[in-house]
Write a protein that binds this ligand. Structure first.
Ligand SMILES: [Zn+2]
Length: 207
């Protein structure tokens, strides 16, 4: 909260002393005041923005609740407006269309566990060799897939540091569960392999 300016402090003191008159005056001039404030807000958009931001920071929890209520009450309208916005953007903005396509492709690649351009074949080969070309979890020598140790939909990244080789059964079984508790519950759990995964999470492809 910024410090009160002298003028603000003066006004505050005045208000505290003459509360009744001030409030009465306000009631009598309500329309005029509203007009004045509206004009002021229009002429000082930066100050309004700063004030709103500050207010949001100080009343975040309460406003979140209020937002949720508003959303639930006007859900249909909000969603329709969003759709309309999306469609008009799609029609009129080629850059936006390109971004959307890229987004789709990226997520599709993630879903399929395919290699996107960010991860090269060479990176993967080095990564697999950290685990002697075996499944990082069960240690079997099977056809290897890319397993995201920290699952993508739990905030994990599609980055080499987050990827270990896993056989398809382990990969599917791991799914989007937290890897450590899942691994420890498996019959093939080994402390040594757990440690190797921990190291791989820190070390990257070259270590
Ligand atoms: Zn396995």
């Amino acid at each position: 909260m910024p410090l009160r300016t002298e003028a603000q402090e003066y006004r505050r003191q005045y208000y505290l002393k003459h509360r009744k008159e001030v409030l009465e005056w306000g009631r009598a001039h309500r329309a005029q005041l509203t007009r004045y404030m509206r004009r002021w807000r229009r002429n000082n958009p930066k100050a309004v923005q700063a004030y709103r931001r500050q207010y949001r920071k100080e009343h975040n929890e309460r406003m979140k609740k209020q937002d949720k209520k508003t959303y639930l009450r006007h859900r249909k309208k909000i969603l329709r407006r969003k759709t309309l916005y999306f469609h008009s953007k799609w029609r009129n903005d080629p850059e936006f269309r390109k971004q959307q396509y890229l987004k789709c492709e990226h997520y599709r690649a993630l879903r399929l566990g395919a290699t996107t351009s960010a991860i090269s074949h060479d990176d993967l080969r080095k990564r697999w060799s950290l685990f002697s070309y075996r499944c990082a979890y069960c240690g079997r020598r099977r056809k290897l897939t890319q397993d995201h140790v920290r699952p993508i939909d739990k905030g994990g990244r599609h980055k080499i540091l987050n990827i270990v080789p896993a056989c398809q059964p382990c990969n599917s079984s791991h799914g989007n569960r937290p890897w450590r508790s899942w691994f420890r519950a498996q019959p093939f759990y080994s402390r040594q392999r757990e440690r190797r995964i921990e190291q791989a999470l820190l070390k990257g492809a070259n270590g």
